[in-house]
Design a binder for this molecule. Structure first.
Ligand code: ZN
Ligand code: ZN
Ligand code: FE
Length: 741
């Protein structure tokens, strides 16, 4: 008995070779019909014997290409079309008003690598080789549906050989949108200020430059990298001068897993993460006595490693050093460069390896930290964006969340999905703000999305606040307190329904509180709609505001003054700062855990005078702490306030070594927070905020809570830090009906 079915499939089903896969299965089951990308996903119509249709449907799910995910599959029965003789792949329908999902960028696959190494292959040593299983996606797409003419590849008409592969259903490159070869596709060249355009093999010449200790800018998938030989201390120092980053840890790209294992402790889980199609930077414990730690990640224990992920990277390693520093190519504190002209004029490299395939959307490398209870996302970018979470547990509405100030992302809640955009960095400069405005427009355009409300931080001076009034003037605006957004983000990631309440421990640098102070060491009770602040770190002045975030000694001084201790307990504190301690307009009150970490690190004597990157002092504190120390400083809680004066006195009077004092400090903070959380009687807790990247702290919190039977929700797919703020904002805004604050 013949039948005709139409399947509507939603999820990650574009850009993963889904249509060729459907085509192959349909042929094998001798069905007629078609498959088509549409703006909402993929539509398949199949006609044939009933049992074969059933098998086809089962195989759609069971044999789904890697990287794909079916979120929703519905089918309907249609009337038979006897005139059909074949199964075809149709042109995409242009988009309607629903939401598409695009696959993220993927590393080069083993089949493509093999061809690239084969001297007889027509793509021998071709740096843009790809197929339906691999290659760039998100970063080359101008618009959806995903088709070559809507990508950066539209300026490269296919040669006859590539066109034949593209059209042949039996070929691995059947409908691989970025397909290319040396005849018809993009090309690399090497430009140096000294020699202009270099002749000969540009990749081999770039590798030679790297071996000579020079800085080479390399155009990658989501932006430029600045590369140097990581083993060459002087070369790395020159790169540090260029980037004006004296101590910030640099990510390394290593030739292969064997090299990775010589540099860091790589267990099976880390190895799998390193070799995943996403190819993130994985933070791993460095091998003991590794000399390069001194110039790659001074003061730290972990080192960030990734494997080559574009064909170009593999070619560079053929002739270049086996370990490269691969740090984002940006002018100091600006977003990553994506354009050739920009890279040539602003990065200051000795040579620039560039190409003529445009990067449409920038994407930094993603960063993940491996921890015993699961990995922690630190930066969610290339390979993970766009991230789509099921949002059907929230009220059905369309909200745009604009994030806060640091590590900003834009999130859309629409059509039952939560779509989290790329990491935009800190909005403290004009270029970053421009990138933010572009990202908002792109989100609206790409998702064909018209928000009905806008979710914002409480802070009135953010770029998002201006944008909300100028761009979305007529729409209701929901202002969400920063730490409430952190709590809601973790709830949303775990699909917790709107009527549930939890206790949240939220620790970070700062966010504006409802009382005008800078919050950041908070125990909150609540759900999406509302929250109550049940405990917080004692307010102390943050001397000089932002400057105190850069100079840990300022917080040490504030802690000492607050505890009534002599200021000379710590060498280097400037007593003149006392004069501004009492002026609230200059030294705002803060309950920030991040600032407490800074102050404690300075009191223990391990903080840098000026932090080179956000959280440096806290990172040093964690790296210094002896994990075998079990005891803790006291952190008394009285009327909802943690008395940090007790901690300050304990640190200053403790004769133990820095590693012991650092551990006792972290343990004490964790124990105090656990006690406060337990007092609420809530059966469920969430942990959030940027401080949760600290493994010692989170392990102690988790242990303390689970020991008492409290179940703990921890950020996994989303970062604990401000990269998830926009997610929390949309969830809160969706649940707060009628709120226009
Ligand atoms: Zn491939
Ligand atoms: Zn070609
Ligand atoms: Fe935060």
């Amino acid at each position: 008995m013949k039948q005709r079915l139409r399947f509507s499939i939603r999820g990650v089903v574009q850009g993963i070779g889904f249509r060729p896969f459907v085509y192959r299965v349909a042929l094998e089951e001798t069905l007629t019909g078609f498959v088509r990308n549409d703006a909402d996903g993929v539509t398949v119509e199949v006609e044939g014997e009933k049992d074969r249709l059933a098998r086809f449907a089962a195989r759609l799910a069971s044999e789904l290409p890697t990287g794909g995910r079916i979120e929703d599959l519905s089918s309907e029965t249609l009337s038979i079309r006897a005139d059909e003789t074949a199964f075809t792949i149709c042109e995409s329908l242009s988009a309607d008003h629903t939401l598409p999902t695009l696959s993220p960028d993927r590393y080069v696959c083993a089949d493509c690598l093999r061809e690239m190494r084969d001297p007889g292959d027509r793509r021998y040593r071709y740096p843009f080789i790809n197929c339906t299983h691999c290659g760039p996606r998100y970063t080359i797409v101008h618009a959806l549906p995903y088709d070559r003419q809507r990508t950066a590849m539209r300026s490269f008409p296919l040669c006859p050989a590539c066109a034949a592969e593209y059209r042949n259903p039996a070929d691995r490159r059947f409908h691989a949108e970025p397909v290319a070869c040396p005849l018809c596709g993009p090309a690399v060249r090497l430009v140096s200020p000294a020699n202009g355009l270099e002749s000969g093999d540009p990749v081999a010449a770039a590798a030679r430059y790297l071996c000579e200790g020079r800085v080479v800018a390399v155009k990658g998938i989501g932006g430029f990298h600045l590369a140097v030989n990581a083993a060459d201390c002087e070369a790395v120092e020159r790169l540090r001068e260029l980037k004006r980053r004296p101590r910030k840890p640099f990510a390394l790209m290593v030739r292969d897993l064997d090299v990775a294992k010589r540099i860091a402790a790589v267990d099976d889980e880390s190895a799998a993460l390193l070799s995943a199609p996403v190819a993130p930077i994985v933070l791993l414990p460095a091998a003991t006595g590794l000399p390069m730690m001194e110039w790659i990640a001074p003061g730290l224990r972990d080192i960030g490693l990734m494997l080559p992920y574009s064909p170009l990277h593999h070619l560079l390693f053929d002739d270049g050093p086996e370990v490269l520093v691969m740090t984002s190519g940006n002018a100091p504190s600006e977003p990553i460069s994506t354009e050739n002209e920009d890279a040539l004029s602003r990065l200051g490299a000795d040579a620039t390896l560039l190409h003529n395939r445009d990067i449409v959307v920038a994407a930094d490398d993603s960063v993940i930290r491996v921890a015993p209870r699961g990995s922690v996302m630190i930066r969610r970018a290339r390979g993970y964006v766009p991230a789509v979470l099921d949002g059907r547990f929230l009220p059905d509405c369309s909200v745009l969340g604009l994030g806060a100030l640091l590590k900003v992302t834009v999130t859309a809640l629409h059509g039952g999905r939560i779509i989290v955009g790329r990491h935009l960095g800190d909005l403290d400069n004009e270029r970053a703000e421009d990138a933010f405005f572009d990202e908002v427009e792109r989100t609206l355009d790409f998702l064909r999305f018209t928000p009905t409300r806008i979710a914002l931080d409480l802070h009135p001076d953010l770029a998002s606040a201006d944008l909300a009034t100028e761009r979305f003037g007529g729409l209701p605006i929901v202002r969400v307190q920063h730490h409430h957004a952190h709590l809601a983000a973790v709830l949303a990631e775990h699909g917790v329904p709107p009527d549930e309440c939890v206790v949240g421990i939220v620790l970070d640098g700062f966010g504006l509180g409802t009382d005008g102070a800078l919050w950041g060491g908070e125990v909150l009770c609540g759900g999406y709609t509302d929250f109550e602040r049940v405990a917080h770190l004692r307010y102390i002045p943050q001397p000089g505001g932002d400057r105190a975030a850069a100079e840990p000694l300022r917080m040490a001084l504030s802690l000492l003054a607050d505890a009534g201790l002599p200021l000379d307990a710590v060498p280097g504190t400037d007593p003149r700062l006392l004069e501004i301690l009492g002026i609230v307009s200059v030294s705002p009150f803060t309950s920030s855990a991040g600032r407490l970490f800074d102050g404690a690190a300075a009191l223990i004597g391990i903080a840098p005078r000026v932090q080179d990157y956000e959280g440096e002092a806290a990172a040093c504190l964690e790296a210094t702490a002896d994990p075998s120390v079990e005891d803790a400083y006291p952190l008394p809680l009285e009327s909802g306030v943690f008395d940090t004066r007790a901690v300050t006195s304990a640190i200053v009077s403790d004769p133990a070594s820095a590693p012991v004092r650092a551990a006792r400090f972290i343990n004490g903070l964790a124990d105090g927070l656990v006690r406060a959380a337990l007092q609420t009687g809530m059966p469920r807790a969430v942990l959030g905020g940027g401080c949760m990247v600290n493994r010692l702290l989170t392990d102690r919190l988790m242990r303390g809570l689970s020991r008492e039977g409290v179940s703990v929700l921890f950020p996994g797919r989303l970062p604990p830090g401000d990269g998830a703020i926009s997610v929390g904002q949309v969830a809160v805004a969706a649940c707060r009906t009628g709120a226009t604050l």
